[in-house]
Design a protein around this ligand. Structure first.
Ligand code: NDP
Ligand code: 2IT
Length: 449
């Protein structure tokens, strides 16, 4: 049964009992509640109105069967989801993830986080997330298309440009968005901004592809500058080699940093010479066109090394950018990073650092950019894609770049305002409180709903 947010332990006891086994969801709520409960105690109107209790119960959890034919004519069955967490400040908004690990717990954590992230951008977007336990790895193009069409054949009735606007996430990029948009258009006979991350030919926004990774580095630059430092000359370790990782690498290099690692779920590459724009473009082509693995990097660039089965966190660096998936930095990884001199972490992925590791970074006064702030550039650009679709026009990429930069600085400012404690800014706390306040005030305006 639900328990009042009088203190963190009582509240979490109720949440765990009510959502059994959903460990990622428990983790994400715990991380937010640790900062928000003391804040509510200072502002008891939120406690009286049970706002946190209400935000922890999604508006709607939709789960459905997705059947599709593989190339050998076998019928395959997957499970699809859309979690509509909260639409107090705008239509539900958040990505779709296709990965075999997808389950209700992971999508509930992502939809919960998305609610605060979207609030922090300053744009009118609520929080949602969806996806399926479908594994795109090794699937042919026609298999991907049939899966996406079948997925949208159920999802279409739950989404819409003023209701819920999905986008990409792990395993969902331009190709998948194209197939899903085509199916939505066919089923509804409407051409609308129902998805973001669309191709530029059919209503997509310039800069959307780059926005998450670039935004993550802008947030990093703002943290470094606020502490009197800069990114120029810093050694950067990055995990992942997908959309977020490659664009974080690109923006780091553009700011004079030396990027020495990328990874995938099989292992990581270590390039002691540092990556160049050309090398990063080669990785983008490897992942997006040839659908290859990061270990192939060392065939093309033989001075680099491939380390099988490991994560890059034991490599000496100044900055770490986790850009692959949740819980990829454990307490041991965090200790290794600080021992090796890491001074800043900016989260490109969602919840890549587990709660103990976050506490370690904060105690060690590492500049720590939490996901809901540092990776909000992607959804912010999605918000701008929605604006362009509503206006039936598109803005130029240089205009959008300026807007992205300003949005990231605004998020950084909001976090600093709510998170500064003496000479250290606890950005995680700042992001939780600033993100919570706007949604909470809107929820209260509606009365008891
Ligand atoms: P992609 O599918 O483009 O790339 C994902 C990368 O992460 C791949 O290199 C993948 O390797 C690796 N990865 C995925 N799962 C695991 C795992 N369980 N263990 C180790 N590595 C893994 O996804 P994105 O780059 O879009 O997303 C990366 C992260 O960024 C996610 O946490 C996502 O939620 C977050 N994010 C994405 C946004 C966006 O706009 N795309 C916006 C904000 C956050 P492999 O090929 O081996 O699976
Ligand atoms: O986690 C995220 O913010 C995303 N996957 C992007 C969501 C979006 O709607 O652009």
């Amino acid at each position: 049964m639900q328990k009042r947010a009088v203190d963190i332990d009582t509240f979490m006891e109720g949440l765990v009992a009510r959502n059994p086994g959903e460990i990622e969801f428990h983790q994400a709520v715990h991380e937010v509640a640790t900062d928000v409960i003391p804040y509510m105690q200072k502002h008891p109107k939120y406690l009286d109105e049970q706002v946190l209790e209400r935000l922890c119960e999604p508006d709607r959890v939709i789960s459905f069967r997705v059947c599709w034919h593989d190339d050998d004519h076998n019928i395959r069955v997957n499970r699809g989801y859309r979690i509509q967490n909260n639409n107090a400040i705008g239509p539900y908004k958040g990505g779709l993830r296709f990965h075999p690990s997808v389950n209700q717990s992971i999508l509930k954590f992502l939809a919960f986080e998305q609610t605060f992230k979207n609030s922090l951008t300053g744009l009118p977007m609520g929080g949602g997330k969806g996806g399926a336990d479908f594994n795109p790895r090794g699937k042919s193009d026609p298999e991907i298309m049939r899966f996406c069409q079948s997925f949208m054949t159920e999802l279409y009735r739950h989404v819409g440009p003023y209701t819920d606007v999905p986008a990409g996430d792990i395993g969902v990029g331009a190709r998948e968005i194209g197939y899903m948009f085509g199916q939505y258009k066919r089923l509804t006979n409407t051409f609308s901004g129902v998805l973001t991350g669309k191709g530029l030919e059919y209503g997509g926004s310039a800069m959307r592809t780059e926005a998450t990774g670039y935004g993550c580095v802008y947030f990093l630059i703002d943290m470094l500058e606020a502490s009197g430092s800069s990114l120029d000359g810093k050694v950067v370790v990055i995990s992942g080699s997908g959309n977020v990782a490659t664009h974080a690498a690109e923006q780091s290099v553009m700011n004079g940093a030396k990027v020495i690692t990328l990874s995938d779920s099989d292992g990581y590459i270590y390039d002691s010479d540092g990556m160049t724009k050309e090398k990063i473009n080669w990785v983008k082509e490897l992942k997006n066109v040839r659908r290859g693995r990061i270990k192939e990097y060392v065939n093309e660039f033989p001075s680099a090394k491939y380390i099988d089965g490991e994560k890059p966190w034991n490599v000496e660096c100044d900055v770490a950018l986790p850009c692959a998936t949740q819980n990829e930095i454990t307490i041991d990884d965090a200790k290794m990073l600080t021992k090796n001199g890491c001074i800043a972490v900016s989260e490109g992925a969602n919840m890549p650092t587990n709660n103990d590791a976050v506490q370690h970074f904060i105690n060690a006064k590492v500049l720590f950019g939490p996901a809901k702030a540092a990776n909000a550039g992607g959804v912010a650009m999605s918000g701008l894609e929605m604006s362009q679709n509503s206006e039936r026009r598109s803005w130029a990429s240089d205009e959008l770049s300026v807007m992205l930069r300003e949005i990231m600085s605004g998020i950084h400012e909001r976090c600093r305002e709510a998170g500064t404690e003496g000479d250290y800014c606890n950005y995680a706390k700042g992001a939780n409180i600033a993100g919570f306040k706007k949604v909470a005030d809107a929820v209260m305006a509606f009365g008891m709903v």
